[in-house]
Design a protein around this ligand. Structure first.
Ligand SMILES: [Zn+2]
Length: 288
Protein backbone atom coordinates (compact mmCIF):
# COMPACT_ATOMS: atom_id res chain seq x y z
CA UNK A 1 0.00 0.00 0.00
CA UNK A 2 2.62 2.52 1.09
CA UNK A 3 5.05 1.17 -1.46
CA UNK A 4 2.53 1.70 -4.22
CA UNK A 5 1.65 5.14 -2.94
CA UNK A 6 5.36 5.93 -2.98
CA UNK A 7 5.61 4.70 -6.54
CA UNK A 8 2.63 6.82 -7.60
CA UNK A 9 4.04 9.93 -5.96
CA UNK A 10 7.36 9.28 -7.62
CA UNK A 11 5.64 8.93 -10.99
CA UNK A 12 3.78 12.18 -10.57
CA UNK A 13 6.57 14.29 -9.12
CA UNK A 14 9.47 13.57 -11.44
CA UNK A 15 10.48 11.66 -14.54
CA UNK A 16 10.64 8.06 -13.51
CA UNK A 17 14.36 7.39 -13.71
CA UNK A 18 14.81 5.63 -10.38
CA UNK A 19 11.41 4.19 -9.61
CA UNK A 20 11.23 1.25 -12.01
CA UNK A 21 9.48 -1.74 -10.58
CA UNK A 22 9.04 -3.99 -13.58
CA UNK A 23 11.40 -6.63 -14.91
CA UNK A 24 10.99 -9.02 -17.82
CA UNK A 25 13.62 -11.78 -17.52
CA UNK A 26 14.07 -13.85 -20.67
CA UNK A 27 16.09 -17.06 -20.60
CA UNK A 28 17.20 -18.85 -23.76
CA UNK A 29 17.89 -22.33 -22.44
CA UNK A 30 21.30 -23.54 -23.63
CA UNK A 31 21.94 -20.34 -25.61
CA UNK A 32 25.66 -19.65 -25.79
CA UNK A 33 27.57 -16.90 -27.51
CA UNK A 34 28.05 -18.94 -30.69
CA UNK A 35 24.39 -19.94 -30.85
CA UNK A 36 23.58 -16.27 -31.29
CA UNK A 37 26.51 -15.70 -33.62
CA UNK A 38 25.61 -18.64 -35.86
CA UNK A 39 21.93 -17.69 -35.96
CA UNK A 40 22.94 -14.13 -36.87
CA UNK A 41 24.60 -15.47 -40.03
CA UNK A 42 21.09 -16.33 -41.22
CA UNK A 43 19.14 -13.44 -39.71
CA UNK A 44 19.85 -10.57 -37.32
CA UNK A 45 18.87 -11.62 -33.81
CA UNK A 46 18.96 -10.23 -30.29
CA UNK A 47 21.91 -7.81 -29.98
CA UNK A 48 20.83 -5.13 -32.44
CA UNK A 49 18.05 -3.65 -30.29
CA UNK A 50 19.63 -4.40 -26.94
CA UNK A 51 21.99 -1.60 -25.97
CA UNK A 52 23.72 -3.11 -22.96
CA UNK A 53 25.77 -6.27 -23.30
CA UNK A 54 27.62 -8.50 -20.91
CA UNK A 55 28.31 -12.09 -19.90
CA UNK A 56 27.15 -14.44 -17.18
CA UNK A 57 29.25 -17.12 -15.50
CA UNK A 58 27.22 -20.20 -14.74
CA UNK A 59 28.93 -22.76 -12.51
CA UNK A 60 26.76 -24.47 -9.88
CA UNK A 61 27.59 -25.28 -6.25
CA UNK A 62 28.89 -28.72 -7.13
CA UNK A 63 30.02 -28.52 -10.77
CA UNK A 64 31.80 -26.31 -13.30
CA UNK A 65 28.98 -27.29 -15.65
CA UNK A 66 25.58 -26.35 -14.33
CA UNK A 67 22.27 -27.90 -15.25
CA UNK A 68 19.09 -25.91 -15.83
CA UNK A 69 17.78 -26.55 -12.31
CA UNK A 70 20.77 -25.07 -10.45
CA UNK A 71 21.09 -22.24 -12.99
CA UNK A 72 17.42 -21.28 -12.75
CA UNK A 73 17.65 -21.42 -8.95
CA UNK A 74 20.59 -18.98 -9.14
CA UNK A 75 18.41 -16.56 -11.12
CA UNK A 76 15.33 -17.21 -8.97
CA UNK A 77 16.95 -17.07 -5.51
CA UNK A 78 20.41 -15.53 -5.97
CA UNK A 79 22.25 -18.51 -4.51
CA UNK A 80 24.47 -21.33 -5.75
CA UNK A 81 22.92 -24.75 -5.44
CA UNK A 82 23.67 -28.28 -6.63
CA UNK A 83 22.75 -29.62 -10.03
CA UNK A 84 19.27 -31.09 -9.99
CA UNK A 85 18.10 -28.88 -7.10
CA UNK A 86 15.11 -26.62 -7.74
CA UNK A 87 14.34 -23.64 -5.52
CA UNK A 88 16.39 -25.05 -2.62
CA UNK A 89 19.93 -24.28 -1.44
CA UNK A 90 22.83 -26.75 -1.36
CA UNK A 91 21.53 -28.01 2.03
CA UNK A 92 18.08 -28.58 0.52
CA UNK A 93 16.55 -25.66 2.41
CA UNK A 94 13.87 -23.84 0.35
CA UNK A 95 14.92 -20.41 -0.89
CA UNK A 96 12.59 -17.49 -1.56
CA UNK A 97 12.33 -16.69 -5.25
CA UNK A 98 11.92 -13.38 -7.05
CA UNK A 99 8.46 -14.54 -8.12
CA UNK A 100 7.41 -15.29 -4.54
CA UNK A 101 8.81 -12.02 -3.19
CA UNK A 102 7.13 -10.05 -5.96
CA UNK A 103 3.83 -11.73 -5.22
CA UNK A 104 4.12 -10.87 -1.52
CA UNK A 105 4.64 -7.23 -2.42
CA UNK A 106 1.51 -7.15 -4.54
CA UNK A 107 3.11 -7.45 -7.97
CA UNK A 108 1.65 -9.18 -10.98
CA UNK A 109 3.77 -12.30 -11.56
CA UNK A 110 3.83 -14.10 -14.89
CA UNK A 111 5.86 -17.11 -16.01
CA UNK A 112 5.86 -18.70 -19.46
CA UNK A 113 7.93 -21.41 -21.10
CA UNK A 114 7.87 -23.70 -24.09
CA UNK A 115 9.29 -26.41 -21.83
CA UNK A 116 7.14 -29.22 -20.44
CA UNK A 117 4.92 -28.58 -17.44
CA UNK A 118 7.58 -29.72 -14.95
CA UNK A 119 10.55 -28.13 -16.76
CA UNK A 120 13.36 -26.98 -14.52
CA UNK A 121 13.59 -23.32 -15.51
CA UNK A 122 10.00 -22.23 -14.83
CA UNK A 123 9.71 -24.58 -11.83
CA UNK A 124 12.68 -23.03 -10.03
CA UNK A 125 10.61 -19.86 -9.58
CA UNK A 126 7.78 -21.52 -7.62
CA UNK A 127 8.80 -25.07 -6.64
CA UNK A 128 11.15 -26.20 -3.87
CA UNK A 129 12.39 -29.72 -4.54
CA UNK A 130 15.89 -31.19 -4.22
CA UNK A 131 15.26 -33.37 -7.27
CA UNK A 132 14.14 -31.88 -10.58
CA UNK A 133 12.73 -35.26 -11.65
CA UNK A 134 10.11 -35.39 -8.87
CA UNK A 135 7.40 -34.51 -11.36
CA UNK A 136 4.44 -35.12 -9.04
CA UNK A 137 5.81 -32.79 -6.35
CA UNK A 138 6.60 -30.12 -8.95
CA UNK A 139 3.05 -30.41 -10.32
CA UNK A 140 1.68 -29.81 -6.81
CA UNK A 141 3.75 -26.63 -6.53
CA UNK A 142 2.55 -25.59 -9.98
CA UNK A 143 -1.10 -26.05 -9.03
CA UNK A 144 -0.56 -24.04 -5.86
CA UNK A 145 1.40 -21.28 -7.61
CA UNK A 146 -1.28 -20.93 -10.30
CA UNK A 147 -3.69 -19.62 -7.68
CA UNK A 148 -1.63 -16.43 -7.53
CA UNK A 149 0.72 -16.31 -10.50
CA UNK A 150 -0.10 -16.47 -14.18
CA UNK A 151 1.83 -19.49 -15.44
CA UNK A 152 1.82 -20.74 -19.02
CA UNK A 153 4.05 -23.77 -19.46
CA UNK A 154 4.24 -26.40 -22.21
CA UNK A 155 3.05 -23.77 -24.66
CA UNK A 156 3.68 -23.95 -28.39
CA UNK A 157 4.53 -20.31 -29.11
CA UNK A 158 6.67 -18.23 -26.79
CA UNK A 159 5.66 -15.13 -28.73
CA UNK A 160 1.94 -15.57 -28.10
CA UNK A 161 2.58 -16.48 -24.46
CA UNK A 162 4.74 -13.38 -24.10
CA UNK A 163 2.11 -11.12 -25.63
CA UNK A 164 -0.59 -12.62 -23.41
CA UNK A 165 1.46 -12.11 -20.23
CA UNK A 166 2.50 -8.57 -21.13
CA UNK A 167 -1.13 -7.64 -21.84
CA UNK A 168 -2.23 -9.16 -18.53
CA UNK A 169 0.56 -7.34 -16.68
CA UNK A 170 -0.39 -4.00 -18.22
CA UNK A 171 -4.05 -4.59 -17.52
CA UNK A 172 -3.36 -5.42 -13.86
CA UNK A 173 -2.05 -1.89 -13.25
CA UNK A 174 0.44 -3.40 -10.80
CA UNK A 175 4.23 -3.48 -10.92
CA UNK A 176 5.26 -6.82 -12.39
CA UNK A 177 7.88 -9.54 -12.69
CA UNK A 178 7.76 -11.80 -15.72
CA UNK A 179 10.05 -14.73 -16.57
CA UNK A 180 9.98 -16.15 -20.08
CA UNK A 181 11.94 -19.18 -21.24
CA UNK A 182 12.72 -20.44 -24.74
CA UNK A 183 13.40 -24.10 -24.00
CA UNK A 184 13.93 -25.55 -27.47
CA UNK A 185 17.34 -23.93 -28.03
CA UNK A 186 18.66 -26.42 -25.45
CA UNK A 187 16.70 -29.38 -26.82
CA UNK A 188 17.94 -28.86 -30.39
CA UNK A 189 21.50 -28.29 -29.18
CA UNK A 190 21.45 -31.61 -27.30
CA UNK A 191 20.44 -33.17 -30.62
CA UNK A 192 23.24 -31.21 -32.40
CA UNK A 193 20.68 -29.96 -34.94
CA UNK A 194 22.00 -26.59 -36.04
CA UNK A 195 19.15 -25.41 -38.28
CA UNK A 196 16.48 -26.50 -35.80
CA UNK A 197 18.44 -24.73 -33.04
CA UNK A 198 18.45 -21.55 -35.13
CA UNK A 199 14.68 -21.81 -35.66
CA UNK A 200 14.24 -22.11 -31.88
CA UNK A 201 16.46 -19.08 -31.40
CA UNK A 202 14.44 -17.10 -33.98
CA UNK A 203 11.27 -17.94 -32.02
CA UNK A 204 12.95 -16.78 -28.81
CA UNK A 205 14.12 -13.62 -30.59
CA UNK A 206 10.54 -12.86 -31.71
CA UNK A 207 9.43 -12.98 -28.07
CA UNK A 208 12.37 -10.76 -27.06
CA UNK A 209 11.35 -8.22 -29.71
CA UNK A 210 7.80 -8.19 -28.35
CA UNK A 211 9.11 -7.56 -24.83
CA UNK A 212 11.41 -4.78 -26.08
CA UNK A 213 8.57 -3.11 -27.97
CA UNK A 214 6.42 -3.29 -24.85
CA UNK A 215 9.17 -1.81 -22.65
CA UNK A 216 10.15 0.89 -25.17
CA UNK A 217 6.91 2.80 -24.74
CA UNK A 218 7.10 2.69 -20.95
CA UNK A 219 9.54 4.37 -18.59
CA UNK A 220 9.32 1.77 -15.84
CA UNK A 221 10.38 -1.55 -17.32
CA UNK A 222 13.71 -3.38 -17.68
CA UNK A 223 14.22 -6.29 -20.08
CA UNK A 224 17.03 -8.72 -19.26
CA UNK A 225 17.92 -11.41 -21.80
CA UNK A 226 20.35 -14.22 -21.04
CA UNK A 227 20.77 -18.01 -20.86
CA UNK A 228 21.16 -20.59 -18.13
CA UNK A 229 24.17 -22.39 -19.67
CA UNK A 230 25.69 -23.27 -23.03
CA UNK A 231 24.61 -26.53 -24.67
CA UNK A 232 26.47 -28.44 -27.37
CA UNK A 233 29.90 -26.78 -27.22
CA UNK A 234 29.06 -24.88 -30.39
CA UNK A 235 32.21 -23.46 -32.06
CA UNK A 236 32.53 -20.09 -33.87
CA UNK A 237 32.46 -22.17 -37.08
CA UNK A 238 28.98 -23.41 -36.00
CA UNK A 239 29.97 -27.01 -35.29
CA UNK A 240 28.61 -28.81 -32.22
CA UNK A 241 31.35 -30.58 -30.24
CA UNK A 242 29.28 -32.34 -27.56
CA UNK A 243 25.69 -33.39 -26.87
CA UNK A 244 25.97 -32.10 -23.32
CA UNK A 245 26.07 -28.76 -21.51
CA UNK A 246 29.35 -26.88 -21.16
CA UNK A 247 30.74 -24.46 -18.59
CA UNK A 248 31.11 -21.57 -21.06
CA UNK A 249 29.91 -18.14 -19.98
CA UNK A 250 26.64 -17.12 -21.64
CA UNK A 251 25.67 -13.82 -23.27
CA UNK A 252 23.66 -11.16 -21.46
CA UNK A 253 21.74 -8.16 -22.73
CA UNK A 254 19.57 -5.56 -21.10
CA UNK A 255 17.37 -2.71 -22.23
CA UNK A 256 15.15 -0.16 -20.55
CA UNK A 257 15.38 1.43 -17.16
CA UNK A 258 18.72 0.93 -15.39
CA UNK A 259 19.89 -1.47 -18.10
CA UNK A 260 23.45 -0.19 -17.68
CA UNK A 261 23.67 -2.16 -14.40
CA UNK A 262 24.02 -5.31 -16.46
CA UNK A 263 27.06 -4.23 -18.43
CA UNK A 264 30.14 -6.44 -18.01
CA UNK A 265 30.60 -9.90 -16.57
CA UNK A 266 28.39 -11.12 -13.72
CA UNK A 267 27.90 -14.37 -11.91
CA UNK A 268 24.41 -15.82 -12.39
CA UNK A 269 23.62 -15.16 -8.72
CA UNK A 270 24.44 -11.45 -9.23
CA UNK A 271 21.83 -11.22 -11.98
CA UNK A 272 19.26 -12.10 -9.32
CA UNK A 273 20.63 -9.39 -7.01
CA UNK A 274 20.46 -6.74 -9.76
CA UNK A 275 16.89 -7.68 -10.67
CA UNK A 276 15.99 -7.74 -6.98
CA UNK A 277 17.25 -4.17 -6.65
CA UNK A 278 15.27 -2.94 -9.64
CA UNK A 279 12.07 -4.66 -8.55
CA UNK A 280 12.06 -3.83 -4.88
CA UNK A 281 14.56 -1.17 -3.76
CA UNK A 282 12.92 1.57 -5.77
CA UNK A 283 9.36 0.97 -4.74
CA UNK A 284 10.15 1.84 -1.14
CA UNK A 285 8.42 4.87 0.14
CA UNK A 286 10.70 7.81 -0.40
CA UNK A 287 11.94 9.83 2.60
CA UNK A 288 11.37 13.49 1.73
ZN1 LIG B 1 19.93 -29.17 -21.43
Amino acid sequence: MFARLGLMICLIVEPCVVCAGNVILMIGDGMGENHVRCATESRAVLGENLPVQGHVTTRSADSDITDSAAAATAYACGIKTKNGYLGVDANQKPCRTLAEKALEKGFFVGIASTDMETGATPSAFYAHVPNRHEADTIRQYLTQARQHMRIQVAGKSLLSETNALLAAAAESGKPFFIMLEGALIDTKSHENKLEAMKDALFDFDAAVRAALAFAAVRSDTTVVVTADHETGGLTPACVFTTRKHTGAAVPLWAAGVRAELFKGTHDNTQINHLIHGILFDNTRERPN
